[in-house]
Design a protein around this ligand. Sequence first.
Ligand SMILES: [Zn+2]
Length: 284
Amino acid sequence: MSSPKPRTFLQKVTSCLTLRNIRFLYLMPGFTRKVSRCPVCGAKPDKVEYQTRYTPLDHCGNCGHVYSRKTPGKRILHLMYEDLDYWKRDKEHQGITKIEYGPQWNGFIEARMGSAQRAGLINGSPKKFFEIGCSEGILLRALQDRGHEALGCEMNKPTAEAGMKALGVTIKTDLFEDLKLPDAYYDVVMSFHTIEHIPDLDRVFAKIAKILKPAGAVFVEVPTGPEEYPNPDHVQFFTDESLKRLLERYFEVGEIYPNHYTNLHGTVIGSLYGAGRRPKRSAN
Ligand SMILES: [Zn+2]
């Protein structure tokens, strides 16, 4: 992540007064929600794992999950993801500079399509895909080019609009939780590097299970490892165990594909892929 632009004292005061300062909003009542139990397994935290500039991160001794004690409400979420700069910062280090279909995306698309293929989610037959947090929509475009139906959502409006214009894809700009989507319609719901930003995992996973066909599958990628802790945009920090447990609450089969390694200092770095299959139907 690039460092934020330095701001003058007056700019800081103005951003507090106009409720545009995220650090200030984290201190005010009503803009965040307090999380007192593990969002994956419901156990009480056993220790503070890390202190970010906004909130302590609590550790669950039961499943190993680490999570923000304070999670952002809509006002803060919109401030975090409201401009195209977010997209630029995110893609810059991957060598991607333009929202335009071209060779600079090849590696990016192949990594995601390849992992989904290895998990058995993409084969010859055309399927219906939904992507949560699809950013500019390049993966939707790649899926469509391979004969699939693909729709996505992205709360960063400028990024979604630029992607729709440049790539000819359809992207919804509401939060996934708030979208109206048909029940039991999709073959695969995908999400790459997005669910670690989501405060309410329950609402999101219950909805994923609801919109999937009975034989459908969810496929997610999340970052893993302690070097993620300082990233203030993340509110969930998964371990192999906590991602598996989350999937198994909503799906009959949960599989984890670790994509991580331990460096010379013993730090775990990388990401986790998780797949859940055959959604369990909730009673209501
Ligand atoms: Zn837990």
